[in-house]
Design a protein around this ligand. Structure first.
Ligand SMILES: [Zn+2]
Ligand SMILES: [Zn+2]
Length: 380
């Protein structure tokens, strides 16, 4: 088996504070959850090589992601892909999660990360639009230069060795070298999100406008936990989610929130540099098959603006990021009430649904063939 290495861009809160040890580097001010409601600074033990990142060494394309997702990247951590995966499975999930779920996660995390290392998946900015009446874009790794993936939710949560629970190590080792491949033998661009909301979404609602093998929209009955008692539901969620994910109310299957129109105006200016006057109304122009809005018309007193795709819409309508862009809008006068479903982009594996499948006795192969129709598990 070829040993692959991955370069991870590490975010820190200001100047990096490092202490080198024999087997790892201790970073005392690693920034996690950048821009999300649970953003915090942690100490992390990073295996492999750690070096300072100098963004000016790296050529940035003129049309690259205008949201500059790598602005807090201060360090580069180069390490073997399998070691990286051990940390990711430990960081993304609670180690008390069902083992078959962790194994499914190990395979998709490996497929996705290897795709980045090999440059197998297009992550260009083609389709970005930035005109006076239209702003369309998404966050992908096109904005990352000089490293393969960042350490945050934007790519996959990587928080070093923490220490890693034996069950997460077992999930990696039981599936070592296994990736998901499409019928034509290429790597699946194995996306995943917290909760699809009852129907999965297609790639083009969130990223480039093209269809991607094995990422389809279909009904997912598994993330509806309404049949479970509150205790059982909490037990299931706390076995899957980290404490800081649990602080959010519910689990995103259904949700409701309100946002003042003045906040929409402020967010539009602060996050997207646009001022169209006072906000009058929001009009969904297009939705993906799960109901996620990927083009939203914002009517202001001076102008209108069409905003897409789903992540940028979520960023407009919340202090951090709205659960999802699958919502209905009610105009309450000074504010909008948003009634929605799902947590995250909804493409590929639904983490809450997959964990529930594992609790019902399905193994990781069943889980992967459900969420990535047509994909095969292949050893590299
Ligand atoms: Zn990233
Ligand atoms: Zn689901």
């Amino acid at each position: 088996m070829t040993e692959y290495y991955i370069k991870v861009g590490i975010k820190t809160d200001g100047i990096p504070i490092l202490k080198r040890h024999k087997d790892y580097t201790l970073v005392s001010n690693m920034l996690i959850g950048d821009g999300f409601h649970w953003q915090r600074v942690i100490s992390a033990h990073l295996p492999g090589e750690v070096s300072l990142y100098n963004s000016s060494d790296h050529y940035r394309k003129a049309d690259s992601d205008p949201t500059e997702t790598d602005q807090h990247i201060m360090l580069i951590n180069r390490l073997p892909l399998e070691s990286y995966l051990e940390c990711v499975v430990g960081s993304e999930m609670n180690p008390s999660a069902p083992i078959e779920f962790l194994k499914a996660h190990a395979v998709i995390s490996r497929s996705w990360a290897l795709g980045k290392v090999l440059g197998a998946h297009s992550c260009d900015c083609e389709g970005y639009k930035n005109t006076s009446d239209c702003l369309i874009g998404w966050d992908d790794t096109a904005g990352h230069h000089g490293f393969d993936v960042c350490s945050d939710d934007h790519c996959q949560r990587y928080q070093g060795v923490q220490p890693i629970a034996p069950i997460a190590l077992q999930a990696i080792r039981d599936t070592v070298g296994e990736v998901l491949t499409t019928p034509d033998g290429s790597l699946v661009d194995a996306r995943f999100s917290k909760c699809c909301g009852g129907r999965t979404e297609v790639f083009s609602t969130c990223w480039q406008s093209r269809s991607v093998n094995c990422l389809e929209s279909f009904d997912d009955p598994w993330c509806d936990l309404s049949g479970l008692s509150a205790d059982r539901r909490h037990q299931l969620l706390s076995s899957i989610l980290k404490d800081y994910d649990l602080i959010t109310e519910g689990y995103g299957y259904r949700w409701q929130t309100e946002i003042p129109k003045t906040t929409v105006k402020e967010n539009l200016f602060q996050r997207f540099g646009r001022d169209i006057g006072e906000i009058l109304s929001l009009e969904p122009l297009h939705r993906g098959p799960s109901g996620r809005i990927d083009l939203l018309r914002i009517h202001g007193t001076n102008d209108t603006l069409d905003l897409g795709k789903e992540l940028w819409i979520r960023r407009l309508l919340s202090p951090s990021h709205l659960y999802s862009s699958a919502f209905d809008i009610e105009d309450l006068g000074v504010s909008f009430r948003l009634t929605g479903r799902g947590w995250g982009h909804g493409v590929g594996l639904c983490q809450i649904g997959a964990a529930n499948m594992a609790l019902h006795g399905y193994d990781y192969r069943n889980i992967l063939s459900f969420y990535y129709p047509g994909a095969a598990i292949t050893s590299i």
